[in-house]
Ligand binder design. Structure first.
Ligand SMILES: [Zn+2]
Length: 293
């Protein structure tokens, strides 16, 4: 259990669903060469790449932002009872870890006021819905779900064309729209004075990150604009599920250049625990330094 991040009267807490080494690092980053991996082994292993199977160590987590007015959940992990035949390690999960994580913060699913979906991939929308008498209904019964307009359009069209290729849209996104719980916004939407969406496109068509707090005391919840510190050192390194890897690389350079001289805390959704760091220049790229380090 890591400490929350406190920014004046706002707290950010991780809620972890899983951590594991499931994806072969060479497949995960299709343009990664054996030579480049070998050059970086000393700092990647064993924490970031598992030497036993050469797989990237990945955390699947949400973040809860507690403001004086709202409880906001950023992303919703893989979820329970979801058929994911293409991803055996995420198929038909039945785990109480996510809800226990909320309970540890004194929260139930009914206490979440907003769910913000940084993007609509399977490991970010799962807890959006739960099974109720054979139907998928909103898990967070009192919440509005914030989604970017072009992101939702893109995935809705994909689902219409070939539903079996995107089962998570069918069971975890469209039921939210049908229940009229979706609040569809631009990816630069200002939610409040202290919670602001930041467009970070490339990994998906209209991906956003979430900037929390005020000048000099803030944090950026990245979502999937980055998956591994290796993409800090080499910002142009694309990952296998990118919509547009070139654009994702530009996004990483723009964001890291903006924050690398700032005290801004990065909450790096897929990095192994503690998943929080500051970004600093490192040669032609960027590194992530421990808080307090
Ligand atoms: Zn992801």
């Amino acid at each position: 259990m890591t400490m929350p991040i406190t920014l004046k009267d706002i707290a950010i807490h991780p809620v972890v669903e899983q951590e594991g080494a499931w994806f072969d690092v060479m497949k995960f980053f299709p343009t990664l060469t054996r030579e480049l991996l070998d050059d970086n082994r000393s700092w990647l292993m064993p924490t970031l790449v598992d030497p036993a199977n050469n797989c990237l160590v990945i955390c699947v987590q949400s973040f809860v932002i507690k403001t004086p007015h709202h409880n906001i959940l950023i992303d919703a992990c893989v979820g329970n009872h979801k058929p994911r035949p293409a991803r055996p390690f995420w198929n038909m999960l039945n785990s109480d870890r996510f809800e226990n994580g909320l309970a540890a913060l004194g929260l139930t699913v009914n206490d979440i006021d907003y769910v913000m979906c940084t993007h609509l991939h399977t490991d970010h929308v799962g807890w959006n819905t739960r099974l109720d008498n054979g139907r998928w209904v909103p898990t967070f019964a009192n919440a509005k779900y914030i989604m970017a307009d072009r992101e939702l359009e893109h995935w809705t069209a994909r689902e219409k064309e070939n539903p079996s290729s995107v089962p998570w849209i069918t069971d975890s996104v469209l039921p939210i729209v049908e229940a009229k719980r979706a609040e569809i916004v631009k990816s630069d939407f200002a939610f409040s004075d202290t919670v602001q969406l930041l467009p970070t496109p490339g990994h998906t068509i209209d991906h956003f990150s979430v900037l929390v707090g005020g000048a000099g005391e803030d944090a950026l919840i990245t979502g999937d604009m980055i998956h591994s510190p290796l993409q800090g050192k080499y910002p142009e390194l694309g990952m296998m599920a990118d919509y547009d890897s070139a654009q994702a690389g530009k996004t990483r350079r723009t964001v890291f250049e903006r924050f690398c001289d700032q005290p801004t805390i990065m909450c790096l959704s897929h990095f192994p625990m503690p998943s929080t760091a500051r970004v600093r220049r490192w040669g032609d790229g960027y590194k992530f330094v421990a808080l307090g380090g």
